[in-house]
Ligand binder design. Structure first.
Ligand code: 7LP
Length: 283
């Protein structure tokens, strides 16, 4: 298959909360670009497929093996942390986040990573063939790393997951999920004036909505010049899995005439949307 022209990073996330000596839960989820193909709730013993294409090109048997690997991992991880807490100073509650994934690059190269955070701060990562502590990690992490690095079997499994399984999974998902991943939906745009920021001033709002994928560029312009005061709002989700973005400009009422809003989006090709502010409008 041809090299993908856009990149779709794959990342798996694990969120583990240890409230006290007996209460814990671990949830997992995974993203491919801005789509979420997998979920794994603490209550479930199987990874949930959220897309019709989540199986990728793996066989049922390959999925069973992966499923089994992750099930063993989840219970071992929980037991490990309980052991570490007995060994080390520090107390509950504990919050551990693990993230890992890969991205296919041109020329059949792929890049992988795996790292873990403790109480919201990066503490360790997997580098090459072993575990390493993050800069500024608390000293107790060195003890954890010593123990982890003695487990050759786990290091080999992690290496296999990161460098063999992950890129192969992504290669399959790019095929089975192609049409959804490459979906393009054109934005609509309209102009409004917002709450006046003060006497004699206008807040011009350029609303852009209904576009997919997420990257978009919206600028307030005077002729061919971008207005320096342009302020991007937050990109917000619509209910139909498209995006919405408001972009504002604070101007004196006298300077509003001659302004326009320009929208660039991949779905539009070279045809930008350009809307002109009507200086005579009443609102
Ligand atoms: C799969 C191997 O996460 C993220 C994906 C990692 C997949 C690892 C695995 O499950 C555990 C079981 O190992 C035993 O059986 C294996 C075969 O099934 C092999 O034979 C292996 O040799 C044998 O030991 C193993 O128990 C492992 O330790 C599970 C957890 C590994 C792990 N570590 C990284 C994240 C830890 C972050 C801790 C941070 C922390 C800790 C304490 C306080 C603060 C912060 N292997």
């Amino acid at each position: 298959s041809p090299a993908p022209h856009k990149s779709f990073p794959f990342r798996g996330l694990q969120i583990s909360s240890f409230a006290n000596r007996s209460w814990t839960r671990t949830d997992g989820l995974a993203w491919l670009g801005e789509l979420q193909p997998y979920t794994w709730r603490n209550e479930s013993n199987t990874i949930g497929f959220l897309k019709p294409w989540s199986r990728g090109t793996f066989s049922d048997q390959q999925w069973e093996q992966l499923q089994h690997t992750f099930l063993v991992y989840r219970s071992s991880f929980t037991r490990d942390i309980w052991e570490f807490v007995k060994m080390l100073p520090g107390d509950y509650p504990l919050e551990i986040q693990v993230s890992g994934g890969c991205e296919l690059l041109p020329r059949n190269i792929s890049e992988s990573f795996l790292r873990a955070a403790f109480q919201g701060k990066d503490v360790l990562s997997f580098q090459g063939m072993s575990w390493a502590s993050a800069p500024d990690a608390p000293p107790l992490i060195e003890e954890v790393i010593k123990v982890l690095n003695q487990d050759q079997g786990t290091k080999e499994t992690v290496h296999w997951l990161l460098h063999d399984i992950c890129p192969e999974l992504v290669r399959g998902l790019l095929q089975t999920g192609k049409s959804e991943l490459e979906k393009q939906v054109k934005p609509e745009a309209w102009l409004c004036s917002g709450h006046s920021p003060g006497p004699g001033r206008l807040l011009l709002v350029c609303h852009v909505s209904g576009f997919y994928p997420k990257p978009v560029r919206v600028m307030w312009m005077r002729g061919e010049q971008e207005e320096p005061g342009t302020r991007q709002g937050d990109v917000m989700p619509n209910a139909d899995s498209t995006w919405y973005l408001p972009v504002t400009l604070n101007v004196s009422a006298g300077e509003a005439a001659g302004l326009s809003c320009r929208v660039k989006h991949s779905s539009l090709g070279d045809q930008n949307i350009i809307l002109y502010w009507d200086g005579n409008r009443v609102s």
